[in-house]
Write a protein that binds this ligand. Sequence first.
Ligand SMILES: [Zn+2]
Length: 212
Amino acid sequence: MFKIGALEKLIHELNRLPGVGPKTAQRLAYHILRTPDYSDKLQTALQQVQDSVHLCAQCFSYTDEPNLCRYCTDSHRRGDLLCVVEEPADIMRVESSGVFRGKYHVLHGAISPLDNIGPQDLRIKELMERVDAGLEGRSLSESGEPAPKIIEVILALDPDLEGDTTVLYLAKALADKQVKITRIASGVPIGSDIDYVDDRTLGRALENRVEL
Ligand SMILES: [Zn+2]
């Protein structure tokens, strides 16, 4: 017999997920209760994610590989093209557009003075370090292998106030380095919570990126 309190707690937790309203949370909770084994499988999956997923030491996307993620270690991807995104989920969107075969760097947000988020709260220092190491032929890894020289940094950030502020900041910070800085064609949101842009639109925005 389930206590009503336990069910309400589950609904409350599901309701906290982005995009899940109270009604959907209820539907999901009853579905979990009704479906044999589902609760166990969900628990296992959540535990595994908790135990094994961490940030890639180089691009800061999520990975369950020991150190670097599969994008960073993929030798078939161009090491001289770097696509900068706000969130790890944005990588999936760029990937499904199918037009980008370089490496990534995740900022984990965008500059937002209103929310007290400044450059120091994002992975901007690490981005500069990657660009600098490549230009100087220095190594960033334990292997001692020199970091690849980056010739272009593509800013695939959202076309909102925070995205624009971050683009301006990065363009200025990268201006004195021997690297081309581009931004994906304007007006195309790539944020994971904005799902109405289809893959082809994002693909075109990447192909028609503009130099800053
Ligand atoms: Zn990585």
